[in-house]
Design a protein around this ligand. Sequence first.
Ligand SMILES: [Zn+2]
Length: 244
Amino acid sequence: MSVARRALGRVLKPVIRRHSSFVGSVVAVKTSEPHVVLTYDDGPEPGGTDQILAALADRRATATFFVLLTRARAHPGLLNEVMSEGHEVALHGQDHRCLTQFSSEEVRRRTQSGKNELEDLTGRSVGWMRPPYGRQTFASWRAVMATGLHPVMWGPTTWDSRHISQAERVQKALDGTVRGSILLAHDGYAGPADGVDDGPVPKVDRGDLTRRVLDGFSELGLQGQSLSASLRSGTPVRAAWFKR
Ligand SMILES: [Zn+2]
């Protein structure tokens, strides 16, 4: 990065922080309902998505699935199941490559064509986008917003991409979860077919993890909801989230 750009960044950062409602990504929901927003990234994946769908049905919860086009094209039946079970479909990307490596014009083009293709596949309008790895710059945020999609990040996570025990994952998900939190979880694991190499696939029983996390929420009096379902009675909380 040039010296001039770095200097400009130093000037802009506090301004961006002060006006985060204008340059923000959705990071939570302000709600008086006992909702936790459930989000699943990197699917659809056979053996992951189907197990999670069964667990969500058991616990009468809904979720938002941020899908990869590389996966949605390969598993249209699973994508249809997600919708027919009453869940929400949103965009994670054409593939899992980090948006910050592309020019703004390329981010806009990739996101617009991903949105169009996902809307063709689902027959529904798509409103949300989660940038892979939660990485975005002000320029990539603006390019995504130009397509009509709103970037959505998260609060607590299940750490289900890590090689740790299931009990640790459940604890991690429960830690810091409050009414209106957006929880990050995964129904798949991106790999070379999605344009990335993030190492060996972690062993996760995703259905069991969903059940245990939802049981923990239930003890706290909280229910899992998709983002759009929760926003029927709540309002989005936006914050400036920029991370290369
Ligand atoms: Zn992802």
